[in-house]
Design a protein around this ligand. Sequence first.
Ligand SMILES: Cc1cc2nc3c(=O)[nH]c(=O)nc-3n(C[C@H](O)[C@H](O)[C@H](O)COP(=O)(O)O)c2cc1C
Length: 409
Amino acid sequence: MNKSQNPTHNVLLGVTGGIAAYKSPEIIRRLQELGITVRVVMTESAEKFIGEVTLQAISGHPVYKDIFSSDDRVMEHIDLARWADKILIAPCSADFIAKLTHGFADNLLSTLCLAAECPIFLAPAMNQAMWHNLATQDNVEKLKSRGVEFLGPAAGNQACGEVGYGRLLEINQLLDEFCNTEKLLSGKKVLITAGPTQEALDPVRYITNHSSGKMGYALAQQAQRAGAEVTLVSGPVHLPTPNQVNIVNVISAKQMYDAVMENAEQADIFIAAAAVADYSPVDIAEQKIKKSQSELNLELKKNPDILSEVSSMDNRPFCIGFAAETENLETNAKEKLTRKKLEMIIANRVGQNESGEYKGFNSDQNKVHIFTPMGSHELPEMKKSILAKQLVELIALTYEKAYEKKHTT
Ligand SMILES: Cc1cc2nc3c(=O)[nH]c(=O)nc-3n(C[C@H](O)[C@H](O)[C@H](O)COP(=O)(O)O)c2cc1C
């Protein structure tokens, strides 16, 4: 990472009360080496761990602490929030994560975070039990869903003598993620489908499946964070729209097909994560079907295969499919990759296990196997939000390689 690659000029570094505050001067120095201007805001507790004078001397600016400052900078929280291109809070205490989650504005740092419109990055550092506590984990999930970025924490030996997750990320990695991240798809248009579709039988009934849309929504959020302009074509789900993503809500497979075809030509990358119904009723009854017959036969017709249609376009985007399989995962996924002429297929097992829990569909965790024409690899089971970040990085790198190849041959 060198200066010319770095579009960030003004970083507001928040320092909160934790042992790792002694690392803040090094973070300031390393950011300055990248040509970044750093201003520091510290909490009252942070002062117990690191001196204001040190941070002031290294940053070359006064350190901001008090929301009611004594001089003429009366709207400091707003001015600082406007000034910053990015806010980095390192180390970020458990307390500060909780404050941010609940929208507290009881000190300068929490107030300006609330007023800020720029990206916010938190580098947590705390005892491993504090990190794993459900209260903290709940807060972290909420902040992530609002677009706040987490850098770390790392695992290892802790100042308290315990071992586990909670250490401040190693500074090289922290700065790498802070400066480089999220721009892998800069300038790219990404079209994503998510959720199930509903195929009406009559005015009150429909055929559908167990897809929750969580994977597609997580991918949309991560692609947006990676700098892409994202259009999400979504079937009926109960999820909040990801930040700064264009959403097109649809119900049936036919509506999803139309929405995708309208956007596919402009897209650089198409990720088909929706569980589109393969069939829909030939006729939709105008009135509610009565319970008069002992047997009811439904006549179904095949729906258009959205992914195949997009991958056969002349000016096709880079196409990624999902294969949700209950059996023969590898064989079926590979067959789909070839038949639909895809650049990548992400396969997972779906269905209910012995305890009645759904795997893949409608769960927060997922375990996938990725196939490309070049080979395959498996990722361990992890949260869909984390998996989505890894998949977006992989998709971006595979896209870049394919694009480079196209332009050098
Ligand atoms: C010696 C000592 C070390 C601490 N280290 C941490 C820490 O590493 N991470 C953390 O979240 N809290 C830590 N705390 C607790 C915080 O300092 C405390 O929650 C404080 O209220 C945080 O305030 P702030 O979020 O406004 O900075 C520590 C407390 C003490 C006394």
